[in-house]
Design a protein. Structure first.
Length: 575
């Protein structure tokens, strides 16, 4: 048959393949689709991405009957997901999820636009060009083909997503949540799509306020009852989040100066391990656990939402308890207030004052001394305005990644080769600088607040990411992620230390191998000699019985009973 006759026959019968003839836009778009599939890492990731692309293409084709238009729209959706996911990874770490998008508010969006302006402007420009192309295609491309093929594509794409999002996936191969970002850096689209596909049960739990795992067995009587707490002769309390800090000398083959070991010791000369629930990041898990007394693991698959939901829906916190005991509370925060909605979160947790990087006039990051000096200046002002004791929460940044020598000027006395690994060498030098800064901070408190008592508690929020391959040299990324996803040691231990100025702690430190984050708040109140409410007393009565473990104590029953008791006491809304 003559070629012209074949072309006429195909056109007459409205076959979909006619769109492929002399359609350079469609061919180019198909090449982009192929690249996206090749780029996506992991066999199940490619299958999920293919199903998603097929579903998007087919859905748009059913509506428009334009093949090139549908293909371009499908690719644009995938590229936009990748761009947004990479922006999140640069700012916060972790993968983009469905709930990141649904929970984004104006404050969070404005912070992202400010923090990533250089990267977002090209994205916006690209989106504008892409929208123009899409509109041009919609106008120029002639509708052709049958919607039956589009409906079939929707069925096949939906089936693939349903099957592989529930049967296969990173959380079923030991690669859940945060760790997937490093183990599979090109997993953005399929990971996000999985969270969308599996969001039904999560949305149902959110709607019904069934987020925390709970069970009966514990009754709390006097939570948040200010009449049971007085702060006579109580010390000023300083809580320091020591960003990315842990005793790096624990790593195999890593030696450190003898002086650095003193940095992790408490007033009694002991060095104690602190249990956290994240590796490499995020900070929010540890600090929320310390301030609320809850574990992110109690939120199950919703653990990444724990900081936001716990702060907004929990009436109980260490800060609120201290306010009832007469404390004035404030935060020295090294980042912009819009980062992770920090100002809203800390206000919800009960802090009277919040000072972000703009308030304390800090550049992007400074050595610890800058934040300690800011805290001292702030405490002096507050002591003139408030007669009661102060609770000051300081977050530092010196040990945060990247570990590049150019970021901080290291003290000359710290020169010396401690590791052939340049990142480890830089990390050790920064830790030594943190030791100097903290020692100077204590001296300033003693000199400038004569006879004023201070209780100072420090903790490392998570190990630095550089430790990932140093614990198990030669292990594959999948093996490492398996161990991390199962909360195996030694990845989830940092340190906590208690120091004093003009004050003698009212109790000894727990005799436990490791103290997990939810126990630290009640321990602070106990060390300060404050009357404990029934929840704090319950924690302190069981900390040694549980060997310092919270979530795994009594096979999880301890944590579930605490959540149940808080719920029945009206301390939890919508959790």
């Amino acid at each position: 048959m003559h070629r012209k006759s074949i072309h006429s026959l195909a056109k007459k019968r409205n076959y979909l393949p006619i769109a492929f003839q002399k359609n350079w836009v469609l061919l180019f778009s198909m090449a982009v689709s192929a690249y996206l599939l090749i780029r996506e890492r992991g066999a199940y990731g490619k299958v999920i991405l293919f199903g998603f692309m097929l579903l998007c293409f087919s859905a748009v084709y059913v509506l428009s009957r334009r093949a090139a238009f549908s293909s371009v729209v499908s690719n644009l959706i995938c590229v936009l997901i990748i761009a947004v996911a990479q922006t999140k990874q640069r700012l916060f770490g972790g993968n983009l999820t469905f709930f990141d998008v649904t929970l984004l508010d104006w404050q969070g969006l404005s912070f992202i636009l400010r923090a990533q302006a250089a990267d977002i402007l090209p994205i916006i420009a690209g989106v504008a060009v892409a929208v123009g192309l899409v509109i041009w295609l919609l106008i120029k491309e002639v509708p052709r083909g049958t919607r039956i093929l589009g409906i079939a594509g929707i069925i096949v794409g939906g089936a693939l997503l349903s099957a592989f999002s529930n049967v296969y996936g990173p959380d079923r191969q030991g690669l859940p949540g945060f760790q997937i970002a490093s183990a599979y850096p090109r997993y953005e689209v399929s990971f996000f799509v999985r969270t969308v596909a599996n969001s039904g049960n999560t949305l149902w739990r959110l709607w019904n306020g069934d987020i925390l795992e709970k069970e009966p067995g514990l009754t709390l009587q006097d939570i948040n009852d200010g009449s049971h707490c007085t702060a006579s002769n109580a010390p000023n309390i300083i809580l320091i989040l020591d960003e990315s800090s842990f005793p790096i000398g624990r790593l195999p083959g890593v030696r450190v100066p003898d002086a650095l070991n003193s940095y992790y010791r408490s007033f009694d000369g002991s060095s104690r391990a602190f249990g956290v629930e994240a590796f490499g990041a995020p900070t929010l898990f540890a600090e929320t656990s310390v301030l609320t007394g809850l574990s992110s693991r109690s939120f199950g698959e919703l653990k990444n939402l724990m900081p936001r939901y716990a702060s907004n829906n929990l009436k109980y916190s260490l800060t609120k308890r201290l306010i009832e005991c007469g404390y004035n509370t404030s935060t020295i925060y090294p980042l912009d207030s819009g980062f992770a909605n920090a100002k809203i979160m800390y206000s919800s947790l009960g802090f009277d004052e919040f000072h972000d990087k703009n308030d304390i006039k800090a550049p992007d990051r400074m050595r610890d001394k800058f934040y300690y000096d800011s805290a001292i200046a702030n405490m002096k002002k507050r002591m003139l305005l408030h007669s009661g004791p102060q609770f000051t929460y300081i977050l530092t940044m010196e040990n945060h990644f990247p570990w590049l020598p150019s970021l901080f000027k290291t003290h000359d006395s710290h020169r010396g080769e401690w590791s052939e690994n340049p990142e480890v060498q830089e990390y050790i030098e920064r830790q030594l600088q943190s030791l100097d800064d903290f020692s100077s901070f204590k001296h300033r408190l003693a000199d400038e607040f004569t006879s004023t008592p201070f209780l100072i508690v420090r903790f490392g929020d998570h190990q630095p990411y550089l430790a990932r391959k140093l614990w198990e040299p030669g292990a594959s990324e999948v093996t490492l992620s398996n161990h991390i996803s199962k909360f195996q040691e030694p990845y989830f231990s940092t340190y906590y230390a208690v120091d004093t100025v003009n004050f003698i702690p009212k109790t000894k430190l727990p005799d436990a191998r490791k103290l997990e984050a939810p126990f630290l708040g009640p321990l602070i109140a106990s060390l300060a000699g404050l009357p404990l409410d029934s929840l704090q007393a319950h924690y302190m009565a069981n900390v040694e019985k549980c060997q310092g473990l919270y979530f795994e104590c009594q096979n999880g029953a301890f944590a579930r009973q605490v959540s149940g008791a808080l719920s029945r006491a009206g301390m939890i809304n919508g959790l």
